[in-house]
Design a protein around this ligand. Structure first.
Ligand code: NAD
Length: 419
């Protein structure tokens, strides 16, 4: 499978955000060097048999970026654009995400360069089992805990958990999160990231004195994160005027019927053919009039090229890295408030943490309890970040990095550098 080359380094861009906050913390060069180097980058070959009987080899990655505050934690992506650079950036973001919402985890991420849309369930299972088997020595509930990301599902987590458990000869549900509930998954996990996006947005809209019931919302990406966020915005009375997925964008100034769009996407595995809005390109959808824009697809969607045409007053980063650093500055100059990915989409990892706790204790919580704890944990940390942003007159993103880096650095200093 050929890799889609990135024109720029995603990890290089990610470090730009880190450096801004590191300067505000007067971080010394040595500590900066430690925190801008991944602890471990693993590349594995995944030979597997196609349904046709042919043998193929895909490439898989796992980056364990940092272990200072606990085991590495982060999703597994199955997508044609997966590269070591992208996985490293995603693992880097996970480190700050876990720290900014105060979870006892470091950061990690994994991926396989493949297109799940053209693979059968059997092929996906064989790829997943071989990928898990290749990583068996370096993952585990106290080492590194994967989860779903773009292109991976609870079923894939179930195969991953089963493969690991077979290798270590004991049932180990805590090795991955985002599992089906029947296998030790948490209630509320599937919706957690989209729920968190909406919770942060509603809290910020209140701060900006915008009534959520008057807010027009555009959501880019209609997968796990985007579709749930759209549904929850609609439940809160907001007008979801635009949605999109890989098939294109759909805009309706009188409001999209979100439940109908979800039913369509479930039936057709895509929004292709959806008739509840005017069809336009994904790029143009981002530039349509709205109050809240939720990029919930992939990175690098808002760049220097289109940043000046964004009309939203608030952007909530459902995806990881959807705004490039130079575009972020243009948005700030134009007064657009951005809730950064490391906090806006942290609902998923917070409930993954709850799942890990439940698996280890063997005691499972009701959905209402999960959602209540998620709200407390996420919004408590978000308000802490916002207070810092207001006090120091810095963007929310910089404040989130300051809080996260400060927590990791404190732990690093207490542990010391083992040499
Ligand atoms: P998913 O695979 O369920 O959905 C991705 C969606 O994006 C699909 O609807 C796809 O059609 C769409 N898409 C792909 N390319 C697109 C494009 N160019 N324009 C518009 N839409 C496009 O993935 P997901 O789990 O919803 O993840 C989306 C983003 O959220 C990723 O950046 C991921 O890292 C991030 N994220 C996910 C979680 C989680 O719990 N799933 C947690 C934190 C962050």
């Amino acid at each position: 499978m050929p890799t889609i080359a990135h024109e720029i380094s995603v990890f290089g861009d990610a470090i730009a955000f880190f450096n801004e906050a590191a300067s505000l913390l007067n971080l010394d060069a040595g500590t900066r060097a430690i925190l801008t180097h991944p602890s471990r980058q693993i590349i594995v070959s995944i030979p597997f048999e196609r349904d046709s009987g042919e043998l193929e080899v895909y490439t898989g990655y796992r980056v364990q970026y940092n272990f200072t505050r606990g085991p590495a934690k982060g999703g597994i992506r199955y997508h044609p654009g997966v590269t070591l650079d992208e996985v490293t950036a995603l693992a880097f973001w996970m480190t700050w995400k876990c720290a900014v919402v105060d979870l006892p985890f470091g950061g990690g991420k994994g991926g396989v360069t493949c297109d799940p849309a053209v693979l059968s369930q059997g092929e996906l299972e064989r790829i997943t089992r071989r990928y898990a088997a290749e990583l068996v020595e370096v993952i585990g509930p106290d080492k590194d805990v994967p989860a779903p990301d773009v292109g991976t599902t609870p079923q894939i987590m179930a195969w991953f958990m089963d493969t690991y458990s077979m290798h270590v000869r004991q049932n180990t549900p805590g090795v991955v999160t985002g599992k089906p509930i029947e296998l030790g998954g948490s209630r509320g996990r599937v919706e957690a990231t989209g729920r968190g996006v909406t919770l942060c947005a509603v809290d910020q809209l209140e701060e900006m004195k915008i009534d959520v019931r008057a807010a027009r919302v555009i959501v880019q990406g209609f997968g796990n994160v985007g579709s749930v966020a759209a549904k929850m915005f609609a439940e809160r009375g907001a007008h979801v005027v635009g949605i999109s997925d890989v098939s294109g964008g759909y805009y309706n100034s009188s409001g999209i019927d979100v439940a109908g769009a979800i039913a369509h996407a479930q039936e057709h595995q895509s929004l292709e053919g959806y008739r509840g809005g005017d069809r336009l390109s994904n790029a143009r959808l981002l530039e349509q009039p709205c109050d809240v824009l939720v990029p919930a697809a992939l990175e690098d969607q808002i760049t220097l090229e289109n940043a000046g045409r964004i009309q939203a007053r608030l952007i909530v980063e459902g995806a990881n890295g959807p705004i490039r650093p130079d575009a972020d500055r243009v948005l700030a100059q134009n007064g657009v408030v951005v809730i950064p990915d490391i906090i806006a989409n942290a609902g998923g990892v917070i409930v993954s943490y709850f799942e890990w706790c439940q698996d280890r204790s063997g005691l499972f919580w009701k959905e209402a309890e999960v959602n209540e704890r998620l709200t407390d944990h996420l919004i408590g940390n978000f308000r802490h970040v916002r207070e810092l942003a207001q006090r120091r007159r810095i963007p929310l993103r910089t404040a989130a990095y300051v809080v996260a880096i400060d927590r990791v650095v404190k732990a690093l200093r207490m542990r010391g550098v083992y040499a």
